[in-house]
Design a protein around this ligand. Structure first.
Ligand code: C2E
Ligand code: CA
Ligand code: CA
Length: 680
């Protein structure tokens, strides 16, 4: 339909036009507003983005810094920095993570009887705080087992003492986390200042990280110290080991060189420890060594260094001495301390020691030379029977164990061994029998006593051919004396535990006696005390076989190594030989006198014979006689002498002279024997 013409005078037209104009205006205005809003939003978004990029960069930078700080802490750990320095770094890291917070790291006290903590690190914390935290019972130990999140220290009973100590200086809020979980190695403590802004989540993360790092640092340090300790100490006794001793010796020698001072290096070895150890068992042997170490510690001076070199050997460095006499006096103190009876697992044990020492600068200024000197002197003291002190002299330097073994082999091959005999007498001096004691004659060094080669012979197994030779020689000698009409002279022969462990031993003894037509009733075998306790079935079988052949058996060195009275009645033996260590103190110590009396009483009650060994003085003789001892042996009567020198007594005895004048024996025999001692 064609449109009607517009009448502009029509009021409807004007209304419609106005509406259209308004509408268009509105549309335009809306469009402009929308444009403006969009633009503003865009601007804001850009600003936000910029801000968040800045924040994110800042956060990343912080995180990277913290990461680097953690890595630095790990590096400090692996380079074994002191624990305090590592914990300081942990505290610093934590404070950086939580601005406005102060961090303290506590360490648990090592003494578990006194549970509590002390400050291990507080690099930026006021001294009054550190002091207050360490004050006795300032905070109950239970608190450190946390975690704790205390918002008001004054109101919380756990913190009241601390708040009281610090007054207004006490932070209102404290958070803690234990280090090391249940085993509480310490604690991380955060003190919140008024400017603290961190969220609970941030606190929680930082506390957990600090606690973990603290634990790693403490455990790492403990492990490091443990390894250090093991590298330098003997774990059984806690004494320094040889490596630490040598280190200290080098230091002491430097100092002595500068100050022109004198000192000593001592070597201490227990006598017959192996026997004691075998008799008591290894656990008790360890207890005994620990006891000896404790005594050495007490007897040594405060500036001395003690070490255990292994087994039963100890070294002592005395860096400040005036003279050789000082060293001797110190060694005597040590010897005395060792030979006091010890109670180990309910048994009374008596051990003695051999001590050798070298002096610096007198015997050298080289650690090796000095230790060798002390060792040679100690070995010499041992060879002279043990329980004594020997200063180094050039002549006792020749001995070392490898050479001794060579000497034994050469001695067996070239017939250099001889048997000496020491008389045993009754309480009025009458001759009763002899003990056979082997010696090695050396082309250059003269007569070598058995303690210098028997231990080596036992260790190397050479004791078997050597022991067989001694028995052969004794049987041959007995047969010769019989031919000379001295009768069936009673002779005791020492037998090593190594020999009796052989299933052939009794048979060999029987064959040897048969070869020389020896009557078994005149032959006694001396076995050491430890053997009777540890004897295996084979050794027992051998002992029974020997006794059934008519030989006598005695327990040698009775009283050393084991307090054997309680089992004495179970043993198939004929006599006991009281060890020299009891005899030595019998005239001076009432305790020794009582002990000897008791041992003699019990032995005799069981029908056993008793021989006291090592009687050297009239006073000892008198005390032994008073204690009821029936038989004795010792230098007072005679030293061990060659077979030919015994014959005058055998002659007197067989002619019925009865009592011998023991002083006459001593006078007649001793001069000829003095040369037998190892040249010292
Ligand atoms: P032992 O069986 O305890 O022998 C006693 C030791 O004490 C002997 O040392 C003897 O000379 C010494 N003696 C005797 N009276 C006194 C004294 O009044 N004072 C002092 N201080 N000592 C005295 P010796 O001859 O040096 O023998 C030491 C050890 O060697 C013997 O101790 C024994 O265990 C061992 N031994 C000796 N000969 C043999 C042997 O043929 N075979 C075995 N397996 N061991 C032997
Ligand atoms: Ca003996
Ligand atoms: Ca003995």
């Amino acid at each position: 339909m064609p449109g009607a013409p517009i009448d502009i005078t029509d009021p409807g037209y004007h209304q419609a036009l106005w509406l259209a104009i308004c509408f268009a205006g509105c549309v335009a205005a809306t469009a402009v507003t929308s444009y403006r809003t969009k633009e503003r939003r865009h601007q804001l978004r850009e600003q936000d983005l910029e801000l968040s990029v800045r924040e994110r960069t800042q956060e990343l930078r912080l995180r990277r810094n913290h990461e680097e700080a953690r890595n630095r802490i790990m590096e400090m750990l692996v380079s074994n920095q002191p624990l305090g320095a590592v914990l300081d770094a942990v505290a610093e890291l934590t404070e950086n993570e939580l601005p406005g917070v102060r961090c303290v790291i506590l360490l648990r006290n090592p003494n578990s009887l006194n549970p509590g903590c002390h400050v291990g690190s507080a690099p930026f914390v006021a001294k009054e705080w550190v002091d207050a935290l360490q004050a006795p019972r300032a905070v109950p130990f239970e608190v450190w087992k946390g975690p704790v999140n205390c918002r008001d220290t004054a109101a919380d009973p756990a913190w009241r003492v601390l708040a009281g100590l610090l007054g207004v200086a006490c932070p209102k809020a404290i958070r803690t986390r234990p280090v090391g979980g249940d085993s509480v190695l310490g604690a991380v403590v955060l003190l919140e200042g008024p400017e603290t802004v961190a969220s609970d989540g941030e606190f929680s993360r930082s506390l957990a990280a600090a606690s973990r790092l603290g634990q790693i640092a403490i455990e790492h340090r403990r492990l490091y110290e443990d390894l250090q300790y093991r590298a330098w100490h003997d774990t059984l006794t806690g004494l320094p080991n040889r490596a630490l001793f040598e280190d200290r010796l080098r230091d002491a020698l430097h100092r002595a060189e500068k100050l022109k001072s004198r000192g000593a290096v001592m070597m201490v070895e227990l006598d017959s420890f192996k026997r004691t150890n075998d008799a008591l068992g290894h656990r008790s042997g360890d207890l005994l060594l620990a006891e000896i170490a404790a005594r050495l510690r007490k007897a040594a001076g405060p500036g001395d260094t003690l070490s255990r070199n292994g087994s039963d050997e100890f070294s002592i460095l005395m860096p400040d001495l005036e003279s050789a006499a000082d060293a001797h006096a110190a060694a005597l103190r040590i010897l005395e301390a060792i030979r006091q009876p010890a109670t180990i697992a309910g048994n009374t044990v008596v051990v003695t020691a051999s001590i050798g020492f070298g002096l610096f600068p007198d015997d050298g200024m080289d650690p090796d030379v000095l230790q060798r000197a002390a060792d040679a002197a100690m070995y010499c003291a041992k060879g002279a029977g043990g329980n004594r002190i020997q200063a180094f002299s050039a002549r006792n330097d020749m001995l070392d164990r490898v050479r001794v073994e060579q000497e034994i082999r050469a001695g067996l091959r070239d017939r250099r061994f001889v048997v000496h005999y020491q008389p045993q007498v009754g309480s009025t001096g009458q001759f009763i029998g002899l003990e056979a004691l082997v010696r090695l004659t050396h082309p250059e060094h003269g007569v070598i006593p058995p303690m210098q080669f028997i231990p080596v012979a036992e260790e190397s197994g050479l004791i078997v051919p050597l022991g067989a030779w001694v028995l052969e020689e004794v049987c041959r000698q007995k047969a010769e004396w019989e031919k000379k009409n001295f009768g069936n002279v009673p002779v005791a022969v020492n037998v090593s535990p190594v020999q009796i462990a052989s299933p052939d031993f009794a048979r060999q003894v029987g064959e040897c006696m048969a070869r020389h037509h020896v009557d078994p009733s005149g032959l006694e075998l001396e076995l050491t005390e430890g053997l009777f306790i540890t004897a295996g079935a084979e050794a027992q079988h051998q002992m029974e076989a020997l006794r059934s052949m008519g030989l006598r058996i005695s327990i040698d060195d009775f009283g050393t190594g084991y307090s054997s009275l309680s089992y004495l009645h179970k043993l198939e033996v004929d006599s006991i030989k009281l060890d020299r260590s009891f005899v030595q103190s019998i005239d001076t110590s009432q305790a020794a006198r009582r002990l000897v009396q008791a041992m003699i009483g019990v032995a005799q009650g069981l029908g056993l014979n008793v021989v006291a060994e090592g009687v050297e003085t009239e006073a000892q003789l008198a005390a032994l006689v008073a204690a009821g001892c029936p038989m004795m042996q010792g230098y007072l009567f005679s030293r061990p002498v060659a077979a030919s020198e015994v014959e005058p007594f055998l002659a007197a005895h067989s002619s019925g002279a009865g009592e011998l004048d023991r002083l006459l024996m001593a006078v007649e025999i001793v001069p000829g024997v003095m040369t037998e001692a190892w040249p010292v």
